[in-house]
Design a protein around this ligand. Structure first.
Ligand code: PLP
Length: 378
């Protein structure tokens, strides 16, 4: 019999989710809204200490609404992380605005404050700075926010990958004007699909709800003065989220243990470096990643092929946005003065290791052994 596949990061359910979903069926709260949605928002604000939260159909929808609420439109410039998933920047294009990609820095793999400073010299009036926290690691948030404040530009946090990560004791997603979380299938907790927008601004969040529910004016008949969206989370989905939220801290602890185990297992192989963690933060280690030393004969493809041969899923690092064909016309601000890109270097030398919290000790041994063999059998 073939051994089961080892996944990168698949949903982990506990049973409690089904109780909330069952309750929704029993009370016929199957349609959008309902008690699970309200409760999930309340539980998320209690957990993250965000002021207000709105549950949505996706993290991408939350980013889109954040940009709408900042009145970003045609011709506006948005400074955005370059080394991230495309969902971070696609909503900029939905609004006809122009992304300027800001390179990563080597210390946390997140937005480089140096590259951001240089972007402000070239484009003094962007409408927002949108920063993703890669693989769950917080960025140099103080440095980035100081630059944003100096230029009076709102800061938006794509915390899709970093739910439960903290920076100086405070939850990622609660620093900026808006924060967004994702409950997509592979994230640290999932609702099968969904997202959340958080903010301290009560008025803006009322507007978010209005836009997310088709922008109906307060009238008995259907009247619209603005274009709306169907972005609300359903009561069934929210039930799954409520169940998952109970286990978020447990998931985080297990993700952190996976990272530690890899770090210790590869400590004696000089060519392997784990993804850096911010010493000012406590990362959720959503995905554990490694890079291979420059000039080493092993490359990420060798390792990914070796893992695939054992039916183990791994994944390249996100390909930087400035290298994507669809964004070929967009400007890019590199971290280094010489124009070389930190993100491109991480992409070329790195990969994401299986970080599924259901991995058994035997699974971990197999993954580690397979990676080690790539370096020892040369
Ligand atoms: C997953 C992810 C998103 C999108 O979230 P969805 O809920 O899938 O729409 C956005 N940004 C980053 C960095 C992500 O990893």
């Amino acid at each position: 019999m073939e051994r089961k596949r080892i996944y990168l990061s698949s949903p982990t359910m506990h049973g409690k989710e089904q109780e909330f979903v069952q309750e929704a069926f029993d009370t016929n709260w199957v349609a959008p809204l309902g008690p699970n949605v309200t409760a999930l928002e309340k539980e998320m604000t209690a957990y993250t200490k965000a002021g207000y939260a709105t549950a949505l159909s996706a993290g991408t929808a939350a980013i889109h609404l954040a940009l709408k609420l900042l009145h970003i439109g045609r011709g506006d410039i948005v400074f955005v992380s370059d080394l991230t998933f495309s969902a971070t920047c696609n909503p900029i294009i939905y609004e006809g605005a122009t992304p300027v990609f800001i390179d990563a820095e080597p210390d946390t793999w997140n937005m480089s404050p140096q590259a951001l400073e240089r972007a402000f010299e070239k484009y003094p009036h962007p409408k927002a700075v949108l920063c993703a926290y890669l693989y769950g690691t917080p960025a140099k948030i103080d440095e980035i926010m100081a630059i944003c404040e100096k230029h009076h530009v709102p800061y938006v946090e794509d915390a899709a990958e970093s739910l439960s990560s903290t920076y100086k004791g405070k939850h990622t997603g609660t620093f900026g004007k808006f924060g967004i979380y994702s409950f997509n299938g592979n994230k640290i907790i999932t609702t099968s699909g969904g997202g959340m927008l958080v903010s301290e601004d009560e008025g803006a969040m009322k507007k978010a709800l209005f836009l997310a529910t088709q922008a109906r004016d307060p009238a008995r008949h259907y009247q619209h003065s603005e274009i709306g969206y169907n972005y609300r989370m359903s009561n069934i989905t929210a039930g799954i989220g409520r169940g998952q939220l109970l286990y978020l801290e447990e998931h985080k602890a297990r993700k952190q243990a996976i990272y530690k185990q890899y770090q210790e297992a590869f400590a004696d192989i000089a060519e392997i470096t784990m993804n850096p963690l911010n010493p000012d933060g406590d990362a959720n280690n959503w995905l554990s990643c490694m890079t291979i030393a420059k000039g080493c004969s092993v490359n990420p493809d060798t390792i990914m092929d070796a893992l695939e041969n054992e039916n183990i899923e791994s994944r390249p690092i996100w390909k930087p946005m400035h290298e994507q064909p669809v964004f070929a016309d967009c400007d890019f601000m590199p971290h280094h003065e010489d124009g070389s890109s930190v993100g491109s270097d991480i992409f070329a030398r790195g990969l994401c290791l299986p970080s599924d919290i259901k991995n058994t000790p035997e699974d971990m041994d197999l993954i580690i052994g397979t990676v080690r063999k790539c370096f020892t059998d040369r």
